[in-house]
Design a protein around this ligand. Structure first.
Ligand SMILES: NC(=O)c1ccc[n+]([C@@H]2O[C@H](COP(=O)([O-])OP(=O)(O)OC[C@H]3O[C@@H](n4cnc5c(N)ncnc54)[C@H](O)[C@@H]3O)[C@@H](O)[C@H]2O)c1
Length: 288
């Protein structure tokens, strides 16, 4: 119990991350001595992953466009004196920056065992452009496509050659239930659906080299309080730690046959069979 609490504390604010249980602590410990390249690691599930893995003795490369945020979080992890954290400032949309970041990780750790592509977000929310898709400005659409689809593709393209050379590794893409539901307000759902296919394609390309790739599609996750308002069958949103533990289990040596698939973790949101959702932005306007 004491150990579980210690890991939970290492994971930061409990309210925005959640606590690990004894089983997930054990699974995280299998990453000791491994190296993980985590995009979007300055906040949310990316940060939770970095904290969880570093607490278990892994080396984490925390890649984010938010230079100040990612440096602060990497410093906080290093202050705990467990695994090693590197803040790596890069924009996933820029392939040259992705290549530089991957090269840096190889120079420091000699390998990348795990890549998790978290960087992204719903462009309608981030650009504060709450309009139907047919009215969205092209620059908003481009932000979504570039960050959420091209970003994970570029990062995987930058990292995977090192995994091929090492004959092993695991790549995770972050889809969303929205990728199955559709969303009348943004290309977010288009890109998240595409990440199911990216994982499948990477799995096919990687299989000859022992590389696995899969997609995790969460429902609402409490990385920000507003997610608590999203509907689910169980009536609550997932804790970030639960999703992170789920990913780390499937990426671990416990699951050597998981590849090419998409795994939903959504408190029953898809099971509700909701119609024509809009990511919540335009739900009240769904009937004309
Ligand atoms: N939170 C949810 O409810 C939820 C549900 C389903 C899927 N997801 C997906 O999971 C992933 C993580 O979600 P979260 O809520 O933990 O995210 P978050 O918003 O807390 O963090 C995203 C991070 O990505 C970084 N980032 C954004 N653009 C970037 C870029 N161009 N280059 C590098 N870094 C960039 C941000 O600075 C931020 O640190 C996202 O892809 C999201 O779409 C989240």
């Amino acid at each position: 119990m004491k150990k579980v609490m210690m890991v939970a504390m290492a994971c930061g604010a409990l309210s925005l991350c959640g606590a690990q249980n004894a089983v997930s602590v054990k699974i995280a410990e299998t990453y000791a001595g491994k190296s993980a390249f985590i995009t979007g690691a300055a906040s949310g599930m990316g940060l939770c992953t970095a904290k969880t893995l570093a607490a278990a003795g892994a080396t984490v490369f925390m890649v984010d466009i938010n230079a100040e945020g990612v440096k602060k979080e990497a410093d906080a992890i290093n202050a705990l004196g467990k695994g090693k954290a590197y803040a790596v400032v890069a924009d996933v949309r820029n392939f040259a920056e992705d290549e530089k970041a991957a090269k840096f990780a190889i120079e420091k750790a000699g390998k990348i065992d795990l890549l998790v592509n978290y960087a992204g977000g719903n462009e309608a929310r981030i650009c504060k452009s709450y309009k139907p898709l047919y009215e969205q400005p092209i620059e908003v659409i481009d932000w979504g496509m570039d960050t959420n689809l091209k970003g994970p593709l570029y990062v995987s393209r930058a990292v995977m050659p090192y995994m091929v050379k090492a004959k092993g590794g695991v790549i995770v893409t972050l889809g969303s239930v929205t990728g199955f539901e559709g969303d009348s307000a943004s290309t977010y759902s288009v890109t998240k659906g595409g990440l199911t296919n990216l994982a499948l394609s990477l799995a096919k390309a990687g299989a000859p080299y022992g590389i696995r790739a899969f997609c995790v599609a969460p429902g609402p996750v409490l990385t920000r309080p507003a997610m608590a308002k999203m509907q689910t069958l169980l009536g609550f949103a997932s804790q970030p730690q639960e999703v992170v533990d789920f990913i780390l289990f499937m990426a671990s040596d416990c699951c050597p046959s998981i590849t090419g698939t998409t795994h939903v973790i959504d408190a029953g949101r898809l099971a509700m069979g909701r119609q024509a959702t809009t990511g919540g932005f335009l739900e009240s306007k769904s009937k004309k």
